[in-house]
Structure formats: C-alpha cells, structure tokens
Design a protein around this ligand. Structure first.
Ligand SMILES: [Fe+2]
Length: 404
C-alpha cells in the first residue's frame, strides 16, 4: 500500500519540479536573449532621438546666434516645437551653464532621461560657451515604444539596461498562464509515466505471481522442474530466429513459461506417473492445456495468451489435443511451443530415463507430426543456443539452457 502511494507521489512531485525548473530555465534563457536585444534597441532609439534633436536644433546658426547674444527666450521659442516633432521628448529648456564637450550627453535621473546639448553653429565650429540645452524623456515612454507593455522601469529590482535604465519584465515566469501551461504539461507527463509504470507493474506482478505458482507446481513434480523455464527460453530463441519482436516475442515467451500451468488441475499421481497412462488417466492429462487457458483467461494481462497455451499439444496431422486442430488452424506460437516442448522433454533430465542426445532428439522429431519448418530452424541453429543472450525483460532462465 505504501509503495503504491509512494511511486505516484514521487512521480507527481518530480514531474512538477522538472517541468517548472525547465520552464524557468527556458524563460531565463529567453529573457537573457530578449534583454540583449532590448538594451541594443533602447540605446539606439535614445541616441537616434538625441542626435536628431541636436542636428535639427542645436547645430543651427540661427539658434546659436540668439543663444550667443544671451537671448535665451527667443532661442527657446525656436526650439520649443521639439516636443511636437519628437513625441517621445517631454520637455525642452535652454539654460545658462557649462555645455557638454560632446554634441550631447545622456544621463539618467530617477526614471527620467536627461539629454544635455551643446549649442553650435551650422558648421559646428563655434559653441556657445556658457549656455546649454536640455531635453527630458521618460524612460517608460521609450520602453513602451520599443516593447509595449512588456517591460517596466523598476529602480528597486530592475537590471541595468542602456544608460543605466533599471528594467524588469512585466510578466513573471510563474504567471497564471504559465502555471496553467506547467500544470497541463505535467499532468500529461504524469499520466504517461503512471500509465507505463502501472502497466509494467501489473505485468511484473502478474508474471512474478504466476511464476511463483509454476515454481510451487514444479516442487510437487520434481521430474519436470525447470521444464517451463527451458521451454520459454527455447521458444524465445526460435521466436527470434523467426523475426518475432516486441510484444509478439514477449507474448511467446510468457505463453511458453505458462503453457503447462494447467497441470495444477490434474491429479498429482497422474502427473508423476512414470509408466504409461491408461485411457482414463490420459483423458484427464489431456485437460491440462484447457486448464492452462482457463487460468490465463482469468488474468487480464494474459488472457490474449490463452489461445496459444490451449493448442500447444495440437499436431500438424490433427492427432493432437484438446481440439485435434490441423496445421493451418494451429497458431504459429503454439507450434513453436509444441516443437521446443517435445525437444526439451527428450533432452531434459528425467529420473526414469537418461536424457537423449540432441542429435538423436532431432532425428526423432523429424518423424513426428510437428511443424518441420520450425524443427529445421531449431536443428540448423542449435549450435548458437549457448551464446544466445535473452532480452533484459526475461524473468527467469534455466542454468541447464546455458550449459547446453
Ligand atoms: Fe503440456
């Protein structure tokens, strides 16, 4: 119960944390990129305004002459339409004082950009020595002009942009919209992860559970201990040679692992009998594929395998059981299990007889009503079995198989 709750909780928190962190890092990266562009645009726009104002008004002999004569009122009258020509500029003044040595100098005063200009003649050869002009621009207006409603001047937490203007982004990383996006992405990922986890978990638990039943079953019948595991690995080996992959290969393996599980429903004295079975006993024995199929049907993870195990004793000529199907009606997976089941029965250790050498087993099998294409594949590739590496998801293996 604790484990059941722990995994979803860890998945939920880990996913939320990962998605939110990724989102934050992505935002920081985008902000950094945007900030560089913004700084550049801001400086460009301020310089453009300042140089345009300087060239249009303060490098002008007419205004220069008035200022040089000390007639600042008339000089101002010439310059006052700057605020109309340049809407970003809020005010203009011409005062007495030391002019800047450059054409203009930009300084920041709180949230206001102050641009001081030297007043020169048309040729820019002479400068009024004790007079300067000044225009004021609200930094906020320049920001809004470049990126409307995206940034604000923030003297407390803002980062220093062009001419030291302190700027922060209007939208926070964790705005309502972003939180919604984070939640939707996280829910999707959590759903996919938990789906995959529970699927694996169900498969693992069901398989382990059934494997344990097989183990217990094998303990009651030592003669065929490891038989199912050997058959499963052999079926896997043949399945791979037949180009089975993915789910189909896994299904073949699990079906082979569980093919004789129905022997649980057959009296032990019949299962363990070393002599020939009489007809009544044989009739009971022939029920084991039916019981195997019934058991698998009761596990939702394995119900699709019930047909395979039901027919693992069918034979090509219809002489098999329980339904006496002929070749074309027998599932390929059942035919594979039939071949490797017979092979394992012939070469495996049994207390009542010595194991047969594989080459003798193959000769016998060539005479049996088994699918001879599958027999031929096993015969042709048997030498490769020792180096066969089962997939990682294989739950058990037989030491016998690896010493083969
Ligand atoms: Fe069987």
């Amino acid at each position: 119960m604790k484990r059941k709750l722990l995994v979803p909780i860890v998945v939920v928190f880990a996913t939320l944390l990962t998605v939110a962190s990724s989102f934050y890092i992505l935002n920081v990266y985008i902000d950094k990129k945007n900030a560089d562009t913004l700084d550049h645009a801001l400086k460009g726009l301020i310089d453009l305004q300042a140089s345009a104002v300087y060239n249009s008004y303060f490098a002008w002999t007419k205004l220069y002459d008035l200022a040089a004569q000390g007639n600042l009122a008339d000089a101002y009258n010439l310059a006052k339409d700057i605020t109309t020509s340049f809407p970003l500029i809020d005010s203009v003044e011409i005062d007495q004082g030391t002019p800047p040595s450059e054409n203009y100098v930009v300084t920041l005063d709180g949230e206001l950009l102050r641009i001081d200009y030297a007043i020169r003649d048309d040729d820019e050869l002479n400068t009024v020595p004790n007079t300067y002009a000044v225009t004021i621009i609200q930094a906020r207006k320049v920001l809004n002009f470049i990126a409307p409603n995206q940034y604000k001047v923030d003297p407390v937490r803002g980062r220093k942009s062009a001419y030291g203007i302190p700027i922060t982004a209007q939208a926070t990383v964790f705005s309502a919209t972003n939180i919604l996006i984070i939640c939707v992405i996280s829910i999707l990922i959590i759903w996919l992860l938990l789906q995959s986890y529970y699927k694996k978990s169900d498969f693992f638990l069901d398989t382990r559970g059934l494997e344990s039943i097989i183990y217990l079953f094998e303990q009651t019948e030592k003669a065929s201990a490891s038989h199912s595991r050997n058959v499963a690995i052999l079926a896997l080996f043949v399945g791979k040679l037949l180009k089975f992959s993915g789910k189909r290969l896994k299904n073949l393996y699990v079906a082979a692992l569980l093919h004789d599980i129905g022997k649980i429903g057959v009296p032990t004295n019949i299962i363990t009998k070393t002599g020939k079975l009489d007809s009544r006993e044989f009739t009971q024995m022939k029920q084991h594929p039916v019981i195997s199929a019934r058991i698998l049907n009761s596990f939702k993870e394995f119900d699709r395998l019930s047909d395979i195990v039901l027919h693992h004793h069918e034979r090509e000529d219809g002489s098999g059981y329980p339904e006496g199907l002929k070749s074309k009606d027998i599932p390929l997976e059942s035919k594979i299990i039939a071949v490797v089941d017979v092979f394992e029965a012939l070469v495996g250790e049994r207390p009542y007889r010595n194991p047969i050498h594989p080459s003798s087993a193959f000769e016998k099998m060539k005479q049996m009503p088994l699918d001879q294409r599958i027999v031929a594949i096993l015969v042709d590739h048997y030498g490769e079995l020792g180096s066969f590496k089962p997939p990682k998801w294989v739950l058990s293996y037989s030491p016998w198989m690896f010493s083969a």
